[in-house]
Design a protein around this ligand. Structure first.
Ligand code: HEM
Length: 519
């Protein structure tokens, strides 16, 4: 046997040889060399120094030193599970998006990840926060990510605000402490956030379990049919376990007793065969309805009331498998709202448009340029001209052979090209006017209308009371008087009784006259 061949095969023979007495695989270092004991290391004499030649020890240390990847800049704490999405209604007249166009009963595999937003990777699951509700579906036409939250609205409608808003919610750069003063300073200066703030400070901000929450797209998207007709659409994922929330005290006790309560609860639920299920429903608007709607259809701080735009049930989700390797199947997940199949299109919502960029950008930082090759993110089929880069592991471009040309060759093209049946110009909203710099929408009285309905018509009495007591408790930790005053005024703009109750709790009277945005 030539030397090179011997070197290549020797470990195999050693491994195979030592396997003779055991059915278990032989322990090796990272390069596959058999090592007698994981605790062995090479040193001189009984008390001498270590040897640099000890690859096993150095490989062990070096790998350990690199075992952490950056945590998500937001939504760092979370977990999830696997399951499937099933089409339950034929809506192929509304969208050509798979799996809907593949018929009732079509199932696609999916992975869901639930998360809190502001805390770090080790923070408590039951802290007051919105919850991320992200779904990765592996369709026959690529990945379809629903990167949703457990609330129908969001704190802002201007993309530039997101990083600055998040700075106000996470740790202060000077003290490294989270600061209620910073949080309420931001919210009370940006009062279009009040709708989401009210949901957050009701008991809905402390859900009992991930299975007992709904998920919402929040944003408006577009459904486009094969004939090119289109609708605005919002998606709601409805828990079949019902909704249940902790109150503030229960959530705090649970945070102290079991940091990972939601992670454990979901795992136990699935292990017991008690598979969580959600129904998927859509709300639709025609382009004409969208133009006439009293609010901007692209305003993420507004809902479409369900009595005006009824829910149409179209599918169901079941989670039935726990991850076997949390890092590979959950931490390495990379969702992006830009991952959507033909027939589903983004609206002009500026926050959504910004997100179409931000997530893949974050994934390139967190996981590398080839993050779509990581098995949990990898689509069913990829055939393109991308090669190389950090951690490229497939050699070729997805399912193409490594020898396939990496450009559209005229003589050896490895792919055919499929045009989608509609053109972007067919589904464009009418856009008029020159390019402008728009720092933010003006706050208007209309911004307080839906929060008023939420408080008076949708919240139960318990939710109204919990909102008041939770806001009062938080505002009483705010150290700057003007921030408290602006916050009391903000709730007074929503409803005078609400403002009065919160004002009483923090010993502040609402301003008079009160300014609630433009008319
Ligand atoms: C996670 C950016 C608004 C839902 C993230 C991440 C970034 C980000 C950078 C971490 C991604 C990663 O490391 O993999 C933004 C920006 C926004 C925005 C720039 C606005 C301009 C929203 C909104 C929603 C949302 C409106 C919900 C409707 C989520 C969820 C995750 C997440 C669920 C966690 C995904 C996971 O489980 O991996 N966001 N976000 N975000 N975001 Fe956003």
């Amino acid at each position: 046997m030539p030397n090179s061949v011997a070197r290549f095969f020797l470990p195999f023979f050693l491994v195979a040889g030592s396997l003779a007495n055991s059915t278990l695989p032989v322990y090796t270092d990272g390069a596959g060399h058999p090592v007698y004991s994981p605790y062995d290391y090479q040193r001189v004499g009984a008390r001498g120094p270590l040897l640099l030649q000890d690859f096993h020890l150095i490989d062990l240390l070096a790998h350990f030193d690199r075992e952490r990847i950056p945590e998500r800049v937001v939504h760092a704490k979370g977990s999830g599970a696997h399951g499937y999405f099933e089409v339950t209604r034929d809506i192929s007249n509304l969208t050509m998006a798979v799996p809907f166009s593949e018929g009732v009963g079509t199932k696609v595999p999916l992975t869901m990840r639930f998360s809190t937003v502001a805390g770090e990777a080790g923070s408590a699951d039951t802290n007051r926060d919105p919850r991320g509700f992200a779904i990765k579906m592996r369709t026959s036409q690529g990945i379809w990510d629903w990167v949703f939250n457990n609330t129908p609205v969001f704190f802002l409608r201007d993309p530039t605000k997101f990083p600055l808003f998040i700075h106000s919610q996470k740790r202060d750069p000077q003290t490294n402490l989270r600061s209620p003063t910073n949080q309420w300073d931001y919210w009370s200066q940006n009062q279009e956030s009040v709708h989401q703030v009210m949901i957050l400070f009701s008991n809905r901000g402390t859900p009992h379990s991930w299975a007992q929450m709904h998920g919402w797209s929040g944003h408006t998207y577009k459904f486009v049919s094969a004939s090119g007709s289109w609708h605005y659409v919002k998606i709601k994922v409805i828990s079949q376990q019902g909704i249940d929330n902790f109150n503030a005290d229960e959530a705090k006790v649970m945070a102290a007793n079991n940091t990972d309560y939601h992670t454990e609860e979901l795992r136990n639920r699935i292990t017991a065969g008690n598979f969580p299920t959600w129904k998927v429903a859509i709300q639709l608007m025609t382009p004409e309805q969208g133009q006439k709607y009293k609010y901007d259809v692209n305003d993420l701080t507004k809902v479409w009331p369900e009595d005006e735009f009824p829910l149409l049930e179209v599918g169901k989700i079941v989670l039935n498998k726990n991850p076997e390797n949390w890092f590979a199947e959950i931490e390495q997940l990379a969702f992006s709202p830009a991952n959507m199949p033909p027939g589903f299109e983004p609206s002009n919502d500026p926050v959504l448009q910004a997100r179409l960029f931000a997530y893949s950008d974050a994934a390139r930082h967190r996981l590398g340029p080839n993050h779509l090759e990581i098995p949990i993110n990898c689509p069913m089929a990829v055939n393109n001209f991308q090669r190389a880069g950090w951690m490229r592991i497939d050699g070729g471009a997805g399912t193409l052979p490594p020898s396939a040309p990496n450009y559209p060759s005229s003589f050896a093209s490895p792919v055919t090209y499929v045009r989608r049946p509609y053109d972007l110009s067919d589904i464009a909203d009418p856009v008029v006017g020159p390019a402008t710099v728009k720092s933010s929408y003006h706050l208007s009285r209309k911004d307080f209308e839906q929060p008023n309905v939420l408080y008076n018509k949708e919240f139960t009495e318990v939710e109204r009371q919990s909102l008041v007591s939770n806001v009062v408790a938080a505002l009483n930790t705010v150290t700057i008087q003007t921030v408290k005053q602006r916050s009391v005024d903000m709730f007074t703009c929503v409803d005078t009784t609400l403002g009065h109750k919160i004002g009483m709790g923090v010993s502040i009277k609402p301003s008079s006259p009160l300014s609630c945005g433009d008319q």
